[in-house]
Design a protein around this ligand. Structure first.
Ligand code: MN
Length: 287
């Protein structure tokens, strides 16, 4: 008897789930912090995940006035509403539904992120992605794409996959690239009883965040409800199915950086001394 090892895929299963906790940031913006909490401090290289969703202006109208970042990347992905960003180098733009801004803060920027609306629903995510030590002091950069620039794959069962980063098993590639950690960032809307399978490199960290409905994860078909994040076990691929009705989720994965992490508010470096240096540089306008 022979076995073909190359065809043998280890399924990733649901390892752990968390609903995060209510938080407030910027000028009183209400949100749910899902990564970056006591329950889930980080999932290397992901440092923080915030979900914001409200149609009450008082929950978001204050926005995020001028603030600095150094040493990592902020990824803003909108589902509804509009956010205007403006930075200290003169960059400015608006992120609207299904658009993404993948910003490399590098050695430092000062920016504001403000709602471009006075009423209506504002809904989206901000994910913080770490940079390796060698890149923490790089020049700031942007990868910004509107909805039409994000590759969309429609499966035979009617399920839709918006690919921000990575390549689906059918070969659809997203526009965002980062050579070192090779991220996957996909927004998947499953049709009723729809199924989605995605290869994820063994050793990479991966999570699912359910936006709507309920999904079943892996060969064990573990249930993950809306507004919960599920960490996936190691393996080569994951299969996610809609539980009874349509469902929508983010699938996010990347190669861990495996370096020491020192956090200080808007700065994420490798050592405490580097964080203190960042505060000092910001205070003395050296960004
Ligand atoms: Mn920011």
């Amino acid at each position: 008897m022979t076995t073909n090892k190359q065809d043998h895929k280890t399924p990733r299963e649901l390892l752990h789930n968390t609903a995060g906790m209510p938080a407030s940031d910027g000028d009183g913006v209400k949100m749910t912090r899902i990564i970056g909490t006591n329950q889930l401090n980080m999932l290397d290289p992901f440092l923080l995940l915030d979900a914001f969703e409200s149609d009450q202006p008082q929950d978001y109208i204050g926005g995020f006035p001028d603030h600095p970042h150094r040493g990592f990347e902020t990824v803003t992905y909108m589902l509804a509403g509009r956010m205007r960003h403006k930075d200290s180098m003169g960059n400015e733009g608006v992120i609207a539904a299904h658009g993404v801004q993948w910003m490399t803060a590098g050695k430092g920027i000062v920016h504001s992120e403000m709602p471009e609306q006075e009423s209506g629903l504002l809904k989206g995510f901000q994910l913080w992605v770490n940079l390796p030590a060698k890149d923490k002091m790089c020049q700031p950069a942007y990868q910004e794409f509107i909805a039409q620039d994000i590759a969309m794959e429609v499966q035979q069962d009617g399920s839709e996959v918006r690919v921000v980063a990575g390549t689906t098993d059918s070969g659809t590639s997203g526009p965002v690239e980062r050579e070192d950690i090779k991220p996957i960032f996909m927004d998947v809307t499953l049709a009723a009883n729809g199924e989605f399978t995605q290869q994820i490199k063994a050793g990479d960290n991966a999570f699912i965040y359910v936006i709507e409905g309920r999904v079943l994860v892996g060969d064990q078909a573990s249930s993950l409800p809306a507004k919960q994040l599920g960490i996936l076990s190691d393996g080569d691929q994951v299969t996610i199915t809609a539980a009874s009705h349509s469902a929508r989720f983010l699938l996010v994965a990347a190669t861990p950086i495996n370096e020491s992490v020192a956090r200080g508010g808007p700065f994420v470096m490798n050592t405490k001394e580097q964080v203190l240096q960042a505060f000092d540089d910001f205070k003395h306008n050296r960004f």
